[in-house]
Design a protein around this ligand. Structure first.
Ligand SMILES: Cc1cc2nc3c(=O)[nH]c(=O)nc-3n(C[C@H](O)[C@H](O)[C@H](O)COP(=O)(O)OP(=O)(O)OC[C@H]3O[C@@H](n4cnc5c(N)ncnc54)[C@H](O)[C@@H]3O)c2cc1C
Ligand code: FES
Length: 372
């Protein structure tokens, strides 16, 4: 395990001025330090195995970490065989006062980063955290939480449980100012994340109800229900949804199923999907290639009009900063100096110059120049 040797911030700033920030941060990182004048580095202080294919990382970020609200996400960068890869993860704990944050990562079968984190990451490793983002927070969705007692229905599948745990712990820390029900879907009992923790919270408070919905191995005597999301399950657990503020998180297919079941019945519906929605340009459009000029790096590359610019650039060995890959974290945003692009999610076309462009969801529709 590496030691987290901390030099005084004054010394680090002085050395950075003389030797350059990148050089000093690199060598501090090699020495196991999270100190940096410009990057939010974090040390992995412990790893909890949650299920066979999921772990929780407890991280201690450096002083550049600006904190988070329950329900938010962060971009995590890890180095795998010398190459840095970035993915988005939700905080799976409420904000704490001890400076630690928890992320819970479930391995996807062919996933590069999740498999590395679940199987190879070690305590003492230094990782990097990007900007915190996400609107499914209590301050955003429940501005009157102290005046009213809402009925909150939390719906989660797979790793979608992570922001729910953060919200639940945050509500518990506020002594349950809401009546909360969590419906957690999983394949079988061994696959359920945070099962014991949730059972003990439910046993300790009349304001928190926890229901597991399992494809296999449901124990009806313990209150489990069987199967994928269905109207019957909602009728049994949630009753009339008109009084409920619904929060949902999980893979795209799960979210689509939920939307078709609950429709516009709930008082409010807040959703986060962890899998990118399908991106496309006009299906009848002819496939063409256009030049993209990268003014800072002085490069000109050819990209096709039916691919997000981020992917097209990555295929040519150019790796701009990025995170969620689905247009929500803004990490890939850069200035489009000239040219026309299409948003591949909502199909809107933008021909204005000097505008912010999210590379992960935009395709070139003509020659483009970027401040990259
Ligand atoms: C806002 C946000 C919050 C997230 N929070 C969490 C979290 O708290 N815990 C967590 O475990 N994951 C979370 N994710 C998903 C995470 O960012 C990665 O997508 C996931 O870990 C897979 O990355 P990978 O590098 O292992 O897979 P990649 O190598 O990027 O992809 C490999 C394959 O897996 C598929 N794939 C990619 N992502 C998923 C996915 N989420 N589910 C199923 N298949 C997928 C891809 O289509 C591809 O075929 C979140 C995603 C977003 C956008
Ligand atoms: S990578 Fe998150 S918005 Fe593009």
């Amino acid at each position: 395990m590496r030691t987290n040797s901390q030099l005084s911030n004054k010394l680090v700033r002085g050395l950075s001025k003389i030797l350059g920030q990148e050089f000093v941060t690199f060598w501090l990182e090699q020495a196991g330090s999270t100190q940096s004048t410009d990057r939010c580095l974090a040390e992995v202080v412990s790893i909890d195995r949650e299920t066979q294919d999921a772990v929780s990382l407890w991280l201690r970020p450096n002083a550049l970490f600006t904190g988070f609200e329950a329900g938010q996400h962060v971009n995590l960068s890890v180095s795998i065989e010398g190459v840095v890869h970035t993915r988005s993860y939700s905080f799976s704990s409420a904000p704490t006062t001890d400076g630690l944050v928890r992320l819970t990562i479930k391995q996807t079968p062919t996933g590069l980063v999740s498999r590395h984190v679940v199987n190879n990451l070690e305590v003492g490793t230094i990782v990097e955290l990007g900007d915190v983002f996400g609107d499914m927070t209590l301050s955003n969705t429940q501005p009157k939480l102290t005046e009213q007692r809402p009925t909150m229905l939390l719906l989660a599948a797979g790793s979608g449980i992570t922001p729910m745990i953060s919200l639940i712990e945050s509500l518990e820390a506020k002594n349950w100012p809401a009546d909360v029900t969590l419906m957690s879907w999983a394949r079988n009992p061994a696959d359920v994340l945070f099962d014991q923790l949730l059972k003990s919270k439910a046993a300790a408070s009349e304001h928190f109800k926890y229901v597991r919905l399992l494809e296999d191995g449901a124990n009806e005597a313990e209150g489990d229900l069987t199967g994928r999301p269905s109207a019957a399950q909602f009728k049994k657990v949630a009753g009339n949804l008109a009084q409920s503020d619904v929060y949902a998180c999980g893979p795209d297919g799960f979210m689509t199923a939920l939307r078709s079941i609950v429709g516009d019945k709930p008082k409010s519906f807040h959703a986060e999907s962890f899998t990118p929605m399908a991106l496309s340009v006009d299906e009848n459009a002819e496939v063409k290639t256009f030049t993209v000029t990268l003014t800072k790096s002085n490069r000109i590359v050819e990209v096709s009009n039916n691919k997000p610019l981020l992917k097209a650039l990555q295929e040519q060995g150019i790796n701009p900063p990025h995170g969620c890959g689905m247009g929500i974290c803004n990490t890939c945003s850069c200035e489009k100096l000239t040219g026309t692009t299409q948003n591949m999610q909502n199909k809107s076309v933008c021909g204005s110059n000097n505008t912010a462009l999210r590379l992960c969801i935009s395709a070139a529709q003509g020659p483009v120049s970027l401040d990259l």
